[in-house]
Design a protein around this ligand. Sequence first.
Ligand code: FAD
Length: 384
Amino acid sequence: MHKTYDAIVVGAGSVGMPTALALGEKGLRTLVIDMHPSPGQGENKHAIGGVRATHSAPGKILACLRSLQILSTWKQVHGDDIEWLQGGYLYPVYRQADADMLKNLLPLQKSYGLNIDFVGPHEVRAIMPGINPDGLLGGTFAPEDGSISPLLVANAYYRRALRLGVEFRFKEKIDQLLTGPGYIQGVATDRGRYAAPVVVDAAGPFSAPLAATAGVRIPVTPDCHEAAITEPVQSFFHCMVVDIRPAPGSKNFYFYQNLHGQVVFCITPDPPIVGTDKRETSVFLPQICTRLVHLLPRLKNLRVRRTWRGLYPMTPDGSPIVGWNREVHGLLHATGMCGQGLMLGTGVGELVARLITRTTTPEDAIILKEFSPYREFKGMEKLK
Ligand SMILES: Cc1cc2nc3c(=O)[nH]c(=O)nc-3n(C[C@H](O)[C@H](O)[C@H](O)COP(=O)(O)OP(=O)(O)OC[C@H]3O[C@@H](n4cnc5c(N)ncnc54)[C@H](O)[C@@H]3O)c2cc1C
């Protein structure tokens, strides 16, 4: 073995970086290993930047409220600009069933501390100038949700974690979780072996093959999602807009205008495209642009600069997998973030550190039950 640590984190991504920072803050000797050359180069950088606590499940609301607290104040507390933009999340609705569904969620969302309300069509048009008014019934608006730059935040975490003594090994692939009978011993990479009584699986879409090296099966499957960014134009809206209506070949789509004036957008394919193929397709732009321009006609002359494709680490019920493995003592799963790893990662990172230091709170118990690796994985979140 090269060296012994208190904890090894597999993956310097949306979950691994905040986890490393939280462990460093607790004074644990921590090693982070990633096969990429620098932080956030896996799926983290493919996220479009949305951070919301607008969810329909308590655990996700609580974890993301904590993420919002940290990210919205990061610049004041730590000094780095992570391009935090508090524009809110708007879910406009054109179908009565959607309006009823969103209204029915409000009592639960508010009871967990989310600042959200249903607003009428007039107010939706004020929040999102130029939105198609035909049949618009209103929508929910959560003003404290927002967006960040995924790469800037990964690097902000990196710099701070380094200062706290966290060690990083990049360009190093973990080939094997090392185990004794029923417990974790460390990891073996293509360059060496490292020992620790705790290994955090923050490997995102590659968690299933990683866990399999310790004989553990976890239901995380990569599925492909495309996104695009336009040229910058003068800022004309601030919120993330989520259109939850399905259309041929897709479920919802979402977009916002970032601090540089660029519109960034993404769609959920239906049926899902399972696999690890990250090549862009010719289907995505015609599909999403038709929907975008119908919803917001003034986007029609905007030029697209770049498209990309990344992977969601999907679970069967759309919720993350966070918690200790019962078969391999010391193996801690923090994976399966689906399309929400950037927004969940910060809150989950702190939670993982509390699990390791045995300092979890009653609020954590709600999150851990919802994210348990041993739940039934049945059903689907209402706002999925
Ligand atoms: C188009 C698109 C848009 C999205 N938009 C949003 C959004 O707006 N908001 C949001 O919250 N989420 C969004 N997401 C989802 C988000 O990107 C993911 O949920 C999140 O990045 C997953 O985080 P993670 O830490 O689990 O995985 P990653 O960020 O991929 O980190 C895992 C890391 O583990 C490393 N790794 C894995 N296996 C090994 C190994 N064996 N050895 C060494 N290293 C290993 C990888 O290299 C990687 O760096 C989007 C995703 C896509 C594709």
